[in-house]
Write a protein that binds this ligand. Structure first.
Ligand SMILES: Nc1ncnc2c1ncn2[C@@H]1O[C@H](COP(=O)(O)OP(=O)(O)OP(=O)(O)O)[C@@H](O)[C@H]1O
Length: 306
């Protein structure tokens, strides 16, 4: 199976260590979610994969071979800063980009038609990019990443700012691409979405990969919680129970971490005393909860720390 390998990449900006031994891979046919706090190093990694930025050390490989300018032409890239010409018309621009990648005029036009159709911007082909809403510009940006039929997809926050319909359209396109054997990597802060559509997830902190696996693998490494729903429970009902740490209590739903060996039946009895019990369940943490555990550094972004 072909793999995009990011192997021991390092990068400094003056005193700031942006990447330190960043290592992971993205496999053909999978959707890989790349998550981490602001400033953790996601964009820097993607720029290095694309070759728009040079690393200080390490290697990017595709199918076992160091990636070259030629291989990079087969990557569909959606840069964080976006990259469309605001005054060029949508259709012209996509054809132009496809032609730059070596497609014939006829194939480029066909691909432009296909992607503007699939991404729901066919009616805007003759409009200047700058006249589109931000969400529609983003759909065109994805079309630009796809129009040359790339072998690899690297997308920097493709979902930010999209409405729920556009999110569905974009997710479906990424799934189709993966189903056709393309490795798809994207960064995002929308963890519920990442949890839903990614085959594997990598969590980045301070320029390194700190956790990496399927959502289930990551979740099974997290501490189990007990969820207790008693709509009428008074605030703080579980605070003094032995071995109990209350993680949250909202709208009658309390999430509890229980120390090893602590008595879950005592929690159940205490819950029943506060009112009618609707739910008592053991649950693995969500990706959002895991992320907070793994990444949060006093709630600061990494850029602020640096
Ligand atoms: N051109 C630059 N000059 C100096 N420092 C930079 C430059 N680009 C990035 N950095 C620093 O490198 C680190 C990693 O930044 P990067 O943009 O890769 O993070 P990110 O994970 O993409 O963040 P975000 O989620 O906010 O987009 C940060 O500390 C950032 O301040």
């Amino acid at each position: 199976m072909k793999r995009l390998e990011i192997d021991g990449i390092s990068k400094r900006y003056g005193d700031v260590i942006a990447l330190a031994d960043m290592t992971f891979d993205v496999r053909a046919g999978e959707i890989f979610g790349f998550v981490g706090s602001n400033g953790a190093g996601k964009t820097t990694t993607m720029r290095i994969i694309l070759g728009v930025l040079a690393s200080d050390g390490g290697q990017v490989r595709w199918d076992g071979t160091a990636i070259t300018t030629d291989t990079r032409r087969n990557i569909g890239y959606m840069p964080e800063e976006r990259g469309l010409y605001p005054r060029m018309r949508v259709g012209e621009q996509l054809v132009y980009l496809a032609r730059l990648h070596g497609m014939s005029q006829a194939n480029a036009t066909a691909a432009m038609r296909e992607w503007t159709d699939r991404l729901g911007v066919a009616a805007r082909r003759d409009d200047e990019v700058q006249k589109l809403s931000l969400g529609n510009q983003q759909r065109v940006q994805l079309a630009a990443a796809l129009v040359h039929d790339p072998e690899i997809l690297v997308l920097d926050e493709p979902f930010s700012g999209l409405d729920p319909v556009a999110v569905d359209v974009m997710s479906q396109v990424l799934r189709d691409k993966a189903a056709h054997g393309v490795p798809v990597m994207f960064s995002s802060h929308q963890l519920d979405l990442v949890e839903r559509i990614c085959d594997r997830v990598g969590i980045v902190r301070s320029g390194s990969m700190v956790a990496n696996g399927t959502v289930n693998e990551l979740r099974s490494g997290g501490e189990e919680r007990i969820i207790v729903t008693v709509p009428q429970a008074r605030t703080g009902w579980a605070d003094d129970l032995p071995g109990v740490r209350v993680l949250s209590q909202e709208n009658g739903r309390t999430s509890i971490e229980l120390a090893a060996g602590a008595d879950d039946q005592a929690v159940l009895r205490a819950a029943l005393e506060t009112g009618p019990l609707h739910e008592f369940a053991r649950q693995r943490p969500s990706l959002t909860e895991l992320f907070r555990d793994i990444v949060s550094v006093n709630g600061e972004s990494e850029g602020e720390k640096a």
